[in-house]
Design a protein. Structure first.
Length: 508
């Protein structure tokens, strides 16, 4: 009978969990409880895989290519070795089968001709064993070294072997240390049937396979090591042009000197990469040159009005009683306005460079924009004539296109003798705005250069009458942002600047 329970709670029993209790998160290998923010250790397999990936990524490209090629060759060597051993074993066993079958057929012929001796002669005594067994499994004749009392095959094995197919036989049952390859061949008459059993030892096959296996075990690693060395050298030689490109890139400091990456002699992928990089360096050098020139020109243009204002103020300070304050204020104001225009132009160019091709779009009539700008144009020595030919509707920013027209008119009025023509029309789905003046014109060699920043031709270098050389550059950038083109054309007595934009809707 079970004894009474001891007084008090059993310390081995767990108390029931209350509603506020939580399961313990104490680490069984640590005395400190685990905190909710602690990261659990990764499984061993996952951590080792991550470590292997990290180790592989830290290897050089040369090492990774060599190891990959060596792994492929090693797999090929293993597969080839297994195939070679299998083929060799099959070939040697087929040779043994041919020998046993031939010997069994020869003895069967002796039985059929009733010339069977008591001791069957065989070539290579000890390697081929022959027995002639009757229907009662009695050994009628045997070769030298064969058992004359016990057949090589048991009753069941003998019955299965009558299909003349060779089989393996455990040699220990007949005192042979190695397995035997056995074939049974029927012979005799129908009244006295016998079976010729021929067995061949496979010791020669095992010996040959061991020699080949030893050669593969020794030669395979040596061949793999030789291949790895050749692959290491070949990959290093193939990557030598890449290393030359890297050294050439390190030598390029960008300090202003023109330097290019060395190109390999072979017309391969690395050569094309070097050509592409050199073209990129040409573009970067050109961009840097233009930026440096832009900064220098901007500094020069900004310095001129500042120097003028400083000179006027210094003269006023040195001779306070001799300076007309009205003339001083007018001169400083003119320089300030010029300085403001330059800063606005620089800011406009910076915005256009920062966001090329992004212009707010809205449908508008180009002739109306041209009329509004022409009406706001202050009085000048040249007459502005407006010609509108049909409806030229475009999509773009009204303020930006108005600035283009303003810059073109300012440039034309500045260089015109007495007349400026502003025409707007449409030709084959393209809106065309042309500004023509009767001034000295633009030489053919300078028709593209006039759109470069801070460019002033020789006949318009006077800063009192000319601008900073940014108006036409800003106009071309705005037109290109609208998907059009601004160009200087010939065929007129003076200068002719033409803006072409994609037209919207029907044109007339």
């Amino acid at each position: 009978m079970p004894g009474p329970e001891p007084h008090g709670p059993d310390p081995r029993r767990a108390a029931p969990a209350g509603p506020g209790d939580r399961p313990s998160t104490r680490d069984p290998l640590s005395s400190a409880p685990a905190r909710p923010g602690d990261r659990l250790p990764a499984p061993a397999g996952l951590g080792s895989w991550q470590g292997l990936r990290g180790w592989w990524r830290r290897r050089s490209l040369r090492a990774r290519l060599t190891m990959l090629a060596s792994l492929v060759v090693a797999a090929g060597l293993v597969a080839g070795s297994l195939l070679l051993l299998g083929s060799l074993q099959r070939s040697l066993v087929d040779a043994l089968d041919t020998t046993a079958r031939q010997r069994a057929q020869d003895v069967a012929a002796l039985v059929d001709s009733d010339r069977l001796p008591g001791t069957i002669p065989v070539a290579g005594a000890g390697t081929v064993q022959v027995q002639v067994v009757d229907a009662d499994r009695r050994v009628l004749a045997a070769s030298v070294g064969s058992d004359r009392a016990v057949p090589l095959l048991g009753p069941a094995e003998l019955a299965r072997a009558r299909d003349r197919r060779p089989r393996f036989l455990d040699g220990s049952r007949v005192g042979e240390p190695d397995p035997l390859r056995v074939i049974a061949w029927p012979a005799g008459s129908a009244s006295r049937p016998v079976t010729v059993i021929a067995a061949v030892s496979v010791a020669s096959v095992a010996g040959s396979l061991r020699i080949v296996e030893l050669g593969l075990l020794v030669g395979g690693p040596l061949l793999l090591a030789l291949f790895a060395g050749i692959a290491w050298a070949a990959v290093g030689r193939a990557l030598r042009p890449v290393e030359a490109l890297r050294r050439g890139a390190e030598e390029i400091t960008g300090a202003g000197e023109s330097a290019r990456l060395p190109l390999p002699d072979a017309r391969d992928e690395i050569h094309r990469l070097g050509v592409t990089l050199n073209r990129m360096l040409d573009r970067l050098e050109e961009a840097g040159r233009r930026q440096r020139g832009f900064v220098a020109d901007a500094a020069h243009e900004l310095r001129s009005p500042l120097a003028s204002m400083r000179a006027q103020l210094e003269v006023a300070e040195a001779h306070p009683g001799r300076v007309d304050t009205g003339n001083l204020a007018a001169g400083v104001l003119a320089d300030t306005l010029r300085l403001g225009r330059i800063v606005e132009d620089l800011l406009a160019l910076a915005r256009l460079d920062e966001r090329p091709g992004t212009v707010p779009s809205g449908e508008l009539e180009l002739g109306e924009v041209a009329r509004e700008v022409a009406e706001r144009l202050p009085g000048a020595g040249a007459e502005v004539v407006l010609e509108l030919d049909g409806d030229a509707r475009v999509r773009g920013d009204r303020h930006a296109l108005g600035r283009v027209v303003q810059n073109l008119l300012d440039n034309a009025v500045r260089h015109a003798t007495s007349r400026v023509e502003l025409s707007v029309g449409a030709q084959g789905g393209v809106a065309v705005l042309a500004v023509t003046d009767d001034g000295p014109g633009i030489p053919a060699a300078d028709r593209e250069r006039v759109f470069e920043r801070f460019t002033r031709l020789d006949d318009a270098r006077a800063r009192d009458h000319g601008g900073a050389g940014l108006g036409l550059a800003i106009a071309r950038e705005i037109v290109r942002a609208h998907g059009g083109e601004l160009s200087a054309e010939g065929g007129a007595a003076g200068a002719r600047l033409v803006m072409r934009l994609p037209a919207e809707g029907p044109t007339g």
